[in-house]
Design a protein. Structure first.
Length: 281
């Protein structure tokens, strides 16, 4: 992202979530705040999605990854977890739709410029900042994430659920693994859901490979290029070496089987976009 400016990819992801509400009625992922938080940008995002049918696949992936992450988070809360951490929160609205619970705290960590933009949009949309939300300013590529979180009030000795969506592909591989190392060291334990992409050359279907290359070109034009692609087998191996003992990795085919089991034409399993849930013991 450009220095001093809010993330363009955070705005784009919010646009996909808003368009899903307007075009599909939130079929895969209901977010009644998605359009409101975008404010003046919502109409443009929805119009763009309607004008470009090829965006539907990415819109559905964004919706399914959000649903999977939030369902996992809600299960953790029902099991007693009271610390939620949203890494690279962008314009995500989970914390503002989450019903209050005694002792519940949601920490949103993001770049200062993106965080300022979000809070301004919340105020403009008349969306209240709940008492359970704490904002932590941080740049993933600089400084210690854990120090920033502890200074912001997070207790690493308590179990924490982490949502980390739409961020890893834009970081360096070193930054992605440094974040996983930091999370794995939380003494209270963590459960994290994040998304990643396999290297484009590993994608066998030409149509899917071309889609990923076109998407990479678009985000590069925005000044926030893809910087990290991960091999699934290597990610699992490294995650286990860090102490993640429970790993659930879903590619696009698995997500479609989970949330759209009755559609006649389904994607084939294989390299592409993934959502993974990992937990330490």
């Amino acid at each position: 992202m450009k220095h001093g400016q809010a993330s363009r990819t955070a705005l784009s992801a919010a646009g996909h979530r808003a368009a899903h509400q307007a075009i599909e009625g939130g079929l895969l992922f209901a977010d009644p705040l998605a359009i409101r938080i975008l404010g003046r940008d919502a109409e443009e995002a929805i119009a763009l999605s309607k004008a470009r049918p090829e965006r539907r696949a990415l819109r559905f992936f964004v919706a399914m990854r959000s649903r999977f992450a939030e369902e996992s988070a809600r299960r953790a809360i029902e099991a007693g977890v009271r610390q939620i951490l949203v890494l690279g929160a962008g314009l995500d609205t989970f914390a503002y739709r989450l019903e209050p619970r005694e002792g519940l705290r949601v920490f949103e960590l993001d770049h200062p410029a993106t965080q300022r933009d979000k809070r301004a949009r919340l105020a403009q949309a008349d969306i209240a900042e709940p008492a359970h939300v704490a904002y932590v300013a941080h740049d993933f590529e600089h400084g210690d994430m854990t120090d920033a979180l502890v200074a912001g009030g997070l207790d690493v000795a308590r179990r924490t659920f982490v949502l980390w969506l739409g961020v890893a592909p834009y970081l360096t591989e070193d930054a992605v693994y440094a974040t996983l190392v930091a999370l794995a060291r939380f003494p209270g334990g963590v459960e994290v859901v994040f998304d990643y992409a396999n290297p484009p050359h590993a994608i066998e279907e030409a149509r899917v490979r071309d889609f990923h290359r076109a998407m990479a070109a678009r985000v590069a034009e925005s000044g926030e290029p893809f910087r990290c692609f991960l091999e699934t087998a290597l990610l699992r191996e490294r995650a286990r070496s860090l102490g993640f003992v429970e790993i659930e990795d879903l590619d696009l085919a698995a997500l479609v089987e989970l949330y759209l089991p009755h559609i006649p034409v389904k994607p084939r399993p294989g390299p592409g976009g993934h959502v993974v849930r990992m937990a330490t013991g």
